[in-house]
Design a protein around this ligand. Structure first.
Ligand code: KG4
Length: 337
């Protein structure tokens, strides 16, 4: 069963054809990173405009790379939430047009569900139930994945997402956009014990995270050094900060998995590409005898292959949308979709 998937939630216009949820026949990504770089972050209106310009060609290429026509498709899946609203609307409206023209059913897909599905593509043997840590630019949460379309959030960030904290810390360190990725590249060999950071806790909620204090702490460290004409070793500071973020993520994940009796952990979202986090989670899982599934690096960031994978399971579960489908900037992964 072939599904055409479309993704436009942030700054990548992407389309893919995926067979039976696991086999990627084509995956095309048109990235806007270079354009947003000069602003130091994603500019929502520019993102929407670039999606509008790129989407037809990206979808056409995905179909032709997969040697597939609209007639061969079972359904059209599209990311409809959460994300930048103007960006999402471009993909949603394009998918509606294709669905109307081809008569193929339209399947709305939650962006974070599709990040989790990236691991179904990477690991043929992975099946729910499992425990998942979702770490992206806009969201950080721990989720019980009970079935392909049955999720429950058991902990989340109270303020910044891990990716947002990494991006802002990178910016404060003068590391160019995309911050999280460049921070990892430039600092992974730094001394992670050189700078001390607190391990923030959310009182009474052991499964929740808070990263804004850590972010402030790194900014203060830089300001203090500047005021005293002191030197900052960026690789060491970056490595220490990544270690601090990773430690918070590992601590809560370990506690929640123990409490809930899970033995399988999946990482999902852009920050799951982080080398420190991947290493720390590997050690955590080895120490506890857990099985760890990491998405392959090329599937950690936004792409449409993962949307096609999750779209397949949503389709099997009977999820359909009509031409009145809207996009939503915010929607919980476990909310009735
Ligand atoms: O999941 P994603 O691609 O987009 C959202 O849906 O949010 O995540 C983007 C986030 C950004 O904050 C980016 O800086 C971060 O993932 N990121 C990384 C790395 N690669 C991407 N953060 C740390 N280390 C990386 N290697």
């Amino acid at each position: 069963m072939k599904i055409l998937a479309i993704e436009s939630s942030c700054d990548e216009t992407a389309a893919a054809v995926v067979e039976d949820g696991r086999k990627v026949l084509s995956s095309v990504i048109s990235s806007q990173v270079q354009e947003h770089k000069i602003y130091g972050g994603v500019v929502p209106e520019i993102a929407s405009r670039r999606h509008a310009e790129a989407i037809s060609q990206v979808v056409e290429k995905a179909l032709s790379d997969a040697d597939t026509t609209l007639d061969d498709l079972e359904a059209i899946a599209v990311t409809y939430a959460p994300g930048l609203i103007g960006a999402l609307l471009v993909g949603v409206n394009y998918a509606k047009g294709l669905s109307f023209a081809s008569g193929k059913p339209l399947v709305p897909v939650h962006h974070l569900r599709s990040h989790i599905a990236a691991s179904y593509i990477t690991h043929a043997d992975l099946k729910p139930p499992f425990f998942c840590l979702v770490v992206s630019g806009g969201n950080t949460m721990m989720v019980e994945v009970r079935d392909y379309t049955d999720f429950e959030i058991i902990g989340r960030t109270r303020d910044d997402a891990a990716g947002e904290a990494l991006d802002k810390a990178a910016r404060a360190m003068g590391i160019p956009y995309p911050g999280g990725l460049n921070l990892d590249r430039m600092c992974k060999d730094g001394n992670s014990t050189a700078y001390k950071f607190p391990t923030p806790k959310v009182e009474g909620c052991p499964y929740d995270f808070s990263f804004s204090g850590l972010k402030t702490s790194v900014i203060n460290t830089i300001h203090n050094a500047k005021q005293k004409n002191g030197e900052i070793n960026i690789p060491d500071l970056g490595a220490s900060f990544m270690k601090a973020v990773s430690s918070c993520l590992c601590k809560n994940t370990e506690k929640a998995m123990k409490d809930r009796g899970y033995k399988t952990l999946v990482l999902a979202g852009g920050v799951s590409a982080n080398s420190v986090l991947r290493q720390d989670m590997e050690s955590l899982c080895k120490a506890n005898g857990y099985r760890l599934y990491l998405p392959e690096l090329s599937l950690c960031g936004d792409n449409a292959a993962m949307v096609g994978s999750q779209g397949y399971y949503e389709y099997l579960a009977g999820k359909r949308a009509g031409l009145e489908l809207n996009a939503f900037a915010g929607k919980d992964i476990d909310e009735k979709q």
